[in-house]
Ligand binder design. Structure first.
Ligand SMILES: Nc1nc2c(ncn2[C@@H]2O[C@H](COP(=O)(O)OP(=O)(O)OP(=O)(O)O)[C@@H](O)[C@H]2O)c(=O)[nH]1
Ligand SMILES: [Zn+2]
Length: 202
């Protein structure tokens, strides 16, 4: 006997611990609480859609991004590798509103390099949970540093927080920039300056 009639007929393609019917119930409750009629035509499928949306936007809660950095290539290259303009969207944990921007990741390899797409994959997974930009920046830097045993890692994130643009203080265009440096990028000013110049180059 099914407990909740809102439950989707589709197979749950999300992690088994994601309780879609529970999210659907909560969304219905929010709609009612703000004074909407959750039973009107246009809103009938909304709880189901929102449940799937949250399952997708928070899918990183159930993933371990380190798995993307396990396959490395042994390469005699010890100069900087920088992937910039990796687009991301995450959800601010204070308001559950998106913050959207770009990540730039540079590292100085110590004999091991990683597939470039893997740097975008870790950004993607680390972004898919309730986040703050500072923690996300640190998480990317620490993961790169640990898994690659790099000589140095630099991570810069720039993002617009919709909790600051569509509500509250309402300042569209305000961009938050966070950075984290590890290893040589911390101790060597010219390496850090070189990376920042490349990141800022349009
Ligand atoms: N440090 C940091 N703050 C964030 C981030 N995302 C959102 N915030 C801020 O979290 C704060 C929450 O502040 P509160 O005073 O608890 O909540 P609030 O009353 O909704 O605040 P206002 O947005 O000023 O209306 C706000 O200042 C947001 O701008 C983030 O990634 N990092
Ligand atoms: Zn917020």
């Amino acid at each position: 006997m099914r407990k909740n009639t809102l439950v989707s007929e589709e197979a749950n393609q999300f992690h088994p611990s994601v309780d879609l019917p529970r999210i659907e119930k909560a969304v219905r409750e929010i709609l009612a609480a703000v004074g909407e009629n959750p039973d009107r035509e246009g809103l009938l499928e909304t709880p189901k859609r929102v449940a799937k949306m949250y399952a997708e936007l928070f899918s990183g809660l159930h993933l371990d991004p380190s798995r993307h950095l396990k396959k490395v290539f042994l390469e005699n290259y010890d100069e900087m590798v920088l992937v910039k303009d990796i687009s991301f969207n995450s959800m601010c944990e204070h308001h559950l509103l998106p913050f959207i921007g770009k990540a730039h990741i540079g590292y100085l390899p110590r004999g091991k390099v990683v597939g470039l797409s893997k740097m975008a994959r870790i950004v993607e997974e680390i972004s898919k949970k309730p986040q703050v930009q500072e923690r996300m920046t640190h998480a990317i830097a620490d993961l790169m540093n640990k898994e690659l045993d790099a000589k140095g890692v630099i991570v810069v994130l720039e993002a617009e927080h919709s909790c600051m643009t569509i509500r509250g203080v309402k300042k569209p265009g305000a961009v938050t920039i966070t950075s984290a440096v590890r290893g040589l990028f911390k101790s060597n000013e010219s390496s850090r300056a070189e990376a920042m110049a490349l990141i800022n180059q349009k």
